[in-house]
Ligand binder design. Sequence first.
Ligand SMILES: [Zn+2]
Length: 495
Amino acid sequence: MIESYFRPKSLVAFCFVFGLLRVAGAQNQQPKPPQPSWAAAPQMTEKQQANYSRQLLDELAAIRNAALKDDYAYRQLAHLTENIGPRPSGSAQAKAAAEYVAGELRKLGLEVQLEEVTVPHWVRGAETAELVEYPGQAPESRQKVVLAALGGSTATPVEGTMAEVVVVNTFDELQALGRNRVAGKIVLFNELFDKQKSAAGMAFAAYGEAVLYRGAGPKAAADLGAVAALVRSVGDADFRLPHTGWSGPAGIPAGAVTAEDADLIAHLAAQGPVRMHLTMTPQKLPNTTGYNVIGDLKGSEHSEQIVVVSGHLDSWDLGTGAIDDGAGVVVAMETAEILQQLHLRPKRTLRVVAWMDEESGGAGRQQYTKDHRSEFDHHAAAIESDAGAAHPLGFDVHMGPRAVELLRPVAGVLQGVGASALQPSEYSPGADISDMSDAGVPTIGILQDGRTYFHYHHTAADTLDKVVPAELRENAATMAVMAYALASMTDPLPR
Ligand SMILES: [Zn+2]
């Protein structure tokens, strides 16, 4: 996921309320007062009963059970991450991955299109940095700084740039320094990632706060004449790993130093002048053609109505894009695979989408909107999984309260998986489905436990081993059960 989309996740609030309920229940020996609807035993309302036949509920249970035993998603993820590898927009691997996913969906009997998308093509070059002058420096010594260029960054001269580093924590601090003290310097934005917030289950809120500087910091520094901009890595890894990601075009070299290196530079700069030798030689190549992969399993009754299940196929280049977001693509693929395995045909069309270019601008989303906007009235719902592969807690849902009520029986089917939360979200719960969200399509994200996500996200450590097979199966069950319910319930969700 990119910074343009963040989901405030209030797991703490959720757990807190749940804890209170448990305590109240244990102490209450009196006849129970009427319970609020969200605490009631899973008895269906009339509306719910009308929408979920006994047969449909049995089919949802069968899908859940099959997914919890199926290793299809994991095998697909292993191929995407290990045989194909990193899949940045414009790369040969991104193209190969699109062709691979298309082939696999055809094997499942889907009607598959590779829809062309014009994508940016930026490639990483050399990236090194050293502190060459700083207070207390031993003679003839230098200190290495670990960093990675941000997506879209321009290059330094091949021999590098030598400049003083100024450290700021906020945009206000940068403005207070003014052009006089910024021009000709390298600006380091040292905004901390709130690890406590993340560990408490609010990782996406922590990310949203810190990532502003990665997105907009380089441009703000360039506007005051800086020669380069660095940001503290936006994540909570403790292993001196730089975290790349999209950054707004700034016209100056832009990189992320590790949290450890940001601390080092900030500590030294507080004592006196610090000079850095910075070399980054990425290249922006001409735009090229990429693909959204779109595979339809035609509905038996209302084939014109569409339920989208999706993840994004492109990844950053440092790791192999296992949690971001190979996992989302493969659980969407498995949704179709499970239905074929169980010989279940949904009433509405199930559309598997592997999006291109989520990470570097969203060209895949924009192209889909251009080509399919006229069908948005018939998009019954859209699901995207783009928050990792850890244990799913349920769903982020962007829809009205009547629609949420109608999903309660689905949450009931997933109770045993631990994925029954339906958390209303103010924003689109996925970047690639945000245009649909804006057009009024009910949109849903899988709500994963995000506590470890930003250890690895956008770093070299986003690799297959970070995905726990049993948790990926839970994710596949969660997506498949929700998708089939949406595609086969009597009436589509109200808008
Ligand atoms: Zn992502």
